[in-house]
Design a protein. Sequence first.
Length: 43
Amino acid sequence: MVFTIEPGIYVPSVGGVRIEDDVLITDNGVEILTSYPKELMTL
């Protein structure tokens, strides 16, 4: 089974961000399919 975890933070009249992870569940455990940095970046 594959599903996504999509937590987000939204501030009215400012904007927001969502971090999405694709996760694979197998008989042997869990594998995270997405890989990218999750550190906060200020633009």
